[in-house]
Design a protein around this ligand. Sequence first.
Ligand SMILES: [Zn+2]
Length: 147
Amino acid sequence: MKRQPLLKRTHIIKLGRLLDMMYKPSEIAEEIGVAQDTVYRSYLPAGLPHERDAHGSVWIHGPAFVAWAKETVAKRKSKRKGLPDDHAWCMRCNQPVVMSRPVVKPINRYLEVLQARCPQCGTKVNRAKKRLPSPFCKDGEGLGEGS
Ligand SMILES: [Zn+2]
């Protein structure tokens, strides 16, 4: 039995508050209206994209949380096993739509967000994705950064 993350309608409605910034679990919890414990025990094990800094603190990117939460709820609703890679959930059409030529926005080393417009209604759709590890190390190619 797989445990579903504790995400209710009331939490989803509050997603609009989240800004394009990194949140601590306690801050996310406060914005959404859940216990901090819920973030650690329910969301993170359920696959919420996050990263840890050098001190072991968890950081969650606002838009990544929104995308994850919506996708999680959408999956539950549709009882599908996830959307195909090139699809995202359109909240207005209430159905999965094809992302044509999505814009990929890297969030950090591990995550990226794919953004596109719904081909049917034009609403912005996005989904968070784990970045594939780059096969090549692009450091030190003479960009002259940080020298
Ligand atoms: Zn749509």
